[in-house]
Write a new protein. Structure first.
Length: 269
């Protein structure tokens, strides 16, 4: 693999936005082809980029990488000869994988997941919308805003209520903060998107009226039922900055539940 540099390949993967793990050999014991410091990247499909050792280590890393990506947390694993494995976790809590390789060595690896930060898409050009964007950027979200909304930072832009170019997924959040400016159009676009959660700055009564109109237009009850309104936690917020803070608190709570659960969530409990 002349010219191969694992750090360059990791940078290439980050640029694509695809989730992946970096696996690093931390230490070895007895005879093994793995060497401390060796690194490889493992994509969400199990593709291994780089070399860590034999087939037994490769299979264990691929399995552990999928777990790490689902849970969102780094982990340490050990690959041990099967005749030395008495439990699937060692006394120190490390996950153990059995190896049938004839070398008979033990390999300890650090598995570190990487995925892009969730996107926070804000619909509307209002004081609350701008405050949500500012708070969201500080909380580490990728921000998406209508092309005409002023924002002092990096963000993705969209025109009107066209969200297709954003490639939203289950980890992403939409906040509808239109407050009377194109409410129905923007809410419809949000609910038809693939975002994991849709929340709206609106009273329950207003949200119910809007959803009823969308149902009358043919939207399914399942889609309309995804809406969480009013947006935010009840902290007695009054000013736009306070309301935005309550919204971000709720969004962060959802993000952390999603990460810890390691599975898709479609709303807040």
């Amino acid at each position: 693999m002349d010219g191969f540099d694992i750090f360059d390949r990791i940078a290439d993967l980050r640029a694509t936005g695809r989730p992946f793990c970096v696996a690093t050999v931390v230490r070895t014991a007895e005879v093994t082809s793995a060497r401390p410091g060796a690194k490889a990247a493992v994509t969400e499909t199990g593709e291994m980029i780089g070399h860590l050792g034999g087939a037994c280590v490769t299979r264990a890393v691929q399995k552990a990488a999928l777990v790490a990506l689902a849970e969102g947390d780094p982990q340490v694993i050990r690959v041990k000869p099967k005749d030395k494995v008495v439990a699937l976790r060692d006394a120190d809590g490390t996950q153990v994988y059995k190896s049938g390789c004839p070398s008979g060595g033990t390999v300890e690896l650090l598995i570190e997941p990487y995925s892009r930060a969730p996107m926070l898409c804000i619909l509307g050009d209002t004081p609350i919308a701008r405050a949500v964007a500012a708070h969201g950027a500080l909380a580490g979200f990728r921000i998406a805003l209508h092309e005409e909304v002023p924002f002092d930072g990096t963000c993705q832009r969209f025109e009107g209520a066209d969200l297709d170019a954003l490639d939203l997924g289950e980890r992403d959040v939409i906040v509808v903060a239109t407050q009377g400016q194109g409410d129905l159009t923007c809410l419809k676009a949000a609910l038809q998107s693939a975002a994991g959660i849709v929340t709206m700055v609106a009273s329950r009564r207003k949200a119910a009226v809007l959803c009823k109109r969308l149902l009358e237009e043919g939207m399914s009850g399942e889609r309309a039922g995804r809406l969480k309104a009013p947006a935010g936690l009840d902290i007695g917020a009054v000013e736009p900055g306070e309301i935005a803070l309550s919204i971000l608190a709720e969004v962060v709570m959802w993000r952390n539940r999603h990460r810890l659960a390691g599975s898709a969530q479609t709303g807040l409990a």
